[in-house]
Ligand binder design. Structure first.
Ligand code: ZN
Length: 467
């Protein structure tokens, strides 16, 4: 009998199955291709070339098992959503191993036919974009089918008529669980297939399995599981497939605050999918009451990276008290797979209805723009982090240089101004966030590219900006 013990064992033994070729989340199709063409996968799975992306990259399916019930799983239909793809390769390692889980492996093999499509949108993965090579969001192309990638998925669905379909995505990590200040680690959904949000027998099974997943994973993600919004979107694959008598489950992975490579939720995906397979075999989810599904809090949109509350902000005539909400986005330069960060002001004013992942009460602190250094920096490449303290102490957040500098060269807590671009100092909505906070004219805090720091320690700033 499969029980929660299985999950606990998976939790303990996961490291054995971690696919070590995938060590950072911005891997390209070449990694996927290399892994799939390795003899390990070729000799033990049935691998099919389903077709090619617009830019001619191969899209494969990988089959395991000889059972009657087909389960179809596809990942990374959005190119910049890689968590589940990594987990699928961990699952392949699990399925191939020879160890204490052999009984479960054999059950899966005997009862299920698993069909995996890792990385449905390889061109998007190459560019680190949601859309494919010509800018089409595949998840709005399920009806019109104008992309080869979309056709591949729908052909597969129609050919195999799976009983379960797993639609694997990453969500904006700032979604919250309901209206709490808790980030949603994983959001689940049994997608609707009409505007009435009807429940036929296959959607009922999806709803029950989602409820079972939530119940079983609360232990690993306490109060961190949400229900994804269920507005009917006829152009999306999840909703379209749910309308074909296929129990469809959406898994949306978030991101743990500093876990940029999403290794923790990769592991959760691994556990959740393997657990789902055993649930489908044993049908043990069917006893669950569907009210448990509707009790899962839906995703809320209240979170920002940083909120500074009650900042004293002096306008021409008077002093105002404002809150400042700041987000930092991951940005990639061409040919770079390592992110740098670009901050912007998300909102200003009374932000009492929002939560910050990090918050700071600035009562008594006065806002001031940072300063630009008078001297000109001769060489950017010779700049050392230890040289920057003398600037920070004076509130200098910007250095001038005549050198053409790429943003991705500057992984240091300082900004550069080239071409006399003094707009860098602007404080406004959607603008980068660099300023100081003073008390009695003394600099108490520095905000550099969206990170709040003490003036003598800016080590948490991953990079400044080039203006
Ligand atoms: Zn997505």
């Amino acid at each position: 009998m499969v029980t929660l013990d299985f999950l606990e064992k998976l939790n303990n033994e996961y490291d054995k199955y971690f696919e070590s070729v995938l060590t950072q989340k911005r891997f390209t199709h070449s990694y996927v291709k290399q892994l799939i063409n390795d003899s390990k996968i070729q000799n033990n799975f049935s691998v099919k070339l389903l077709g090619r992306s617009i830019e001619n990259r191969e899209i494969y399916s990988i089959e395991f098992g000889v059972g009657e019930s087909t389960v179809l799983l596809w990942s990374q239909m959005h190119g910049d959503e890689p968590t589940a793809t990594m987990a699928l390769f961990d699952i392949f390692n699990f399925l191939l191993a020879d160890d204490e889980f052999n009984e479960i492996r054999n059950q899966i093999k005997k009862n299920l036919k698993l069909i995996f499509v890792p990385m449905l949108n390889p061109d998007g993965a190459e560019r680190i974009t949601r859309q494919n090579a010509v800018g089409i969001d595949l998840n709005r192309d399920a009806k019109r089918l104008q992309s080869p990638e979309s056709k591949i998925l729908l052909n597969l669905v129609e050919e195999y008529q799976p009983v379960f379909g797993f639609n694997l995505h990453d969500q904006d990590f700032r979604w919250s669980v309901g209206n709490t200040n808790q980030l949603a680690a994983i959001s689940l959904l049994a997608p609707v297939y009409d505007y009435e949000k009807s429940i036929d027998s296959s959607r009922l099974n999806a709803i029950k399995l989602v409820a079972q997943l939530r119940r079983s994973f609360e232990k690993y993600l306490p109060n961190k599981i949400a229900r994804y919004k269920d507005d009917y979107e006829p152009r999306s694959f999840g909703d379209l497939i749910a309308g074909k008598n296929i129990s469809t489950i959406l898994i949306e992975s978030g991101r743990d605050i500093n876990d940029y490579n999403k290794f923790f939720y990769r592991k959760i995906n691994f556990m959740m999918l393997l657990f789902s397979f055993t649930e489908i075999i044993n049908n043990s989810y069917s006893e669950i009451n569907i009210t448990e599904y509707f009790e899962i809090p839906t995703n809320g949109n209240f979170m920002v990276d940083l909120i500074l509350r009650n900042v004293t902000y002096e306008t021409q005539s008077e002093k105002a008290l404002i809150d400042i909400a700041i987000n930092r986005e991951e940005v990639y330069k061409e040919n770079s797979r390592i992110p740098f960060f670009k901050s912007y002001i998300m909102d200003i004013g009374d932000l009492s209805v929002f939560y910050g992942i990090e918050e700071f009460d600035c009562t008594g602190f006065e806002f001031d723009l940072g300063l630009i250094s008078d001297e000109e920096l001769k060489s950017v490449s010779n700049l050392k982090e230890s040289d920057l303290k003398k600037y920070h102490e004076k509130g200098i957040l910007f250095l001038r240089t005549n050198q053409q500098t790429e943003l991705n060269d500057l992984r240091m807590p300082i900004n550069l101004i080239t071409n006399q671009n003094d707009s860098a100092l602007e404080f406004n909505l959607n603008k980068p966030t660099n300023f100081v906070l003073k008390k009695n004219n003394e600099i108490k805090k520095i905000v550099l590219n969206g990170w709040l720091c003490d003036p003598d320690d800016l080590s948490k700033v991953k990079n400044g900006l080039v203006f």
